[in-house]
Design a protein around this ligand. Structure first.
Ligand code: GLN
Length: 273
């Protein structure tokens, strides 16, 4: 056995150290982030030694993670629909379930559509649609200036052309602006939902309306008809138990062809009409 096999400053030893606290997968992610190396590099060079500063940086990240900070807020990025988006604690971390909303929007969008994304957060929906649909003209809104700044950086980094507007829901949209597709993943968690406690690092205002979970969805549906072209579509993400409520909201507002799509977990997630 060589002397370095017992050394505590090798990549291998430091992965084992982190794995005991946060699991091997996350330990490798954070070590890779701390030293600017890929997972493949860590595996191929696991007997290399790390300098003290790198180890300190890595241990700080483990402490953050152990205290509950989500990995994307530590690494500053999250994958969505095959692209990496910058995230920070001003925006919701993009969820795989939201890809169901994007997929459905891609199915219903006509050629060269005018698209509106209300409450864009990181910009993941608006930017993905702008990049996936040739000739799409995309507008995205958010009430948070910090979120909009993040979305703008993401659009620039990914080469998407999106018009950003600040304001609450329809307040941000000029009266005469009309769209073929309106999408939104608004805050829809009920304030008394026990899941909310586990999402404590993300902006509360992006998660819950503070009322009954349906208020933002109501506000969006209420204004949608006035901004949709004839034959246009409204697509809304919502909670697993809100499908019927949202279908009824759309039907009462005069929408037709109202359907709900399930997410990857088999729950109602996206209603459109
Ligand atoms: N539209 C963004 C997303 O889907 C933000 C949603 C939100 O903050 N509620 O991730």
């Amino acid at each position: 056995m060589s002397a370095s096999a017992d050394a505590l400053d090798t990549i291998r030893a430091q992965i084992a150290f982190g794995a005991a606290q946060i699991g091997r997968f996350e330990a490798m992610l954070l070590l890779g982030h701390a030293i600017g190396r890929t997972r493949e590099f860590l595996i191929a060079h696991d007997d290399e030694t790390l300098d003290e500063e790198s180890i300190l940086r890595y241990h700080m990240l483990i402490t953050l993670r152990s205290a509950g900070t989500p990995i994307p807020y530590i690494t500053g990025r999250q994958e969505f629909f095959g692209r990496y988006f910058e995230v920070n604690d001003a925006v919701l971390i993009p969820r795989p379930d939201t890809e169901v909303l994007v997929e459905q929007a891609l199915l219903v969008a006509p050629a060269k559509p005018r698209i509106l994304d209300l409450g864009t957060g990181s910009g993941c929906i608006a930017i993905t649609l702008a990049l996936e649909i040739p000739g799409a003209e995309v507008t995205a809104t958010d009430a948070s200036a910090a979120a909009l700044a993040t979305a703008e950086r993401n659009a620039r980094a990914l080469g998407a052309s999106v018009r950003f507007r600040e304001g609450f829901w329809w307040d941000a949209v000029p009266q005469k602006d009309m769209f073929e597709v309106v999408v939104s993943n608004p805050p829809y968690i009920r304030p008394d939902d026990e899941h909310l406690a586990n999402l404590g690092n993300e902006p509360l205002g992006a998660l819950t309306d503070g009322i009954d979970g349906l208020q933002c969805l109501r506000d969006i549906v209420a204004g949608a008809m006035a901004h949709l072209k004839k034959g246009g579509w409204l697509l809304l993400e919502h909670g697993y138990d809100q499908g019927e409520d949202v279908r009824n909201l759309l039907l009462s507002a005069g929408f037709a062809a109202v359907h709900t799509k399930k997410d990857y977990g088999g729950n109602d997630r996206v209603t459109f009409g």
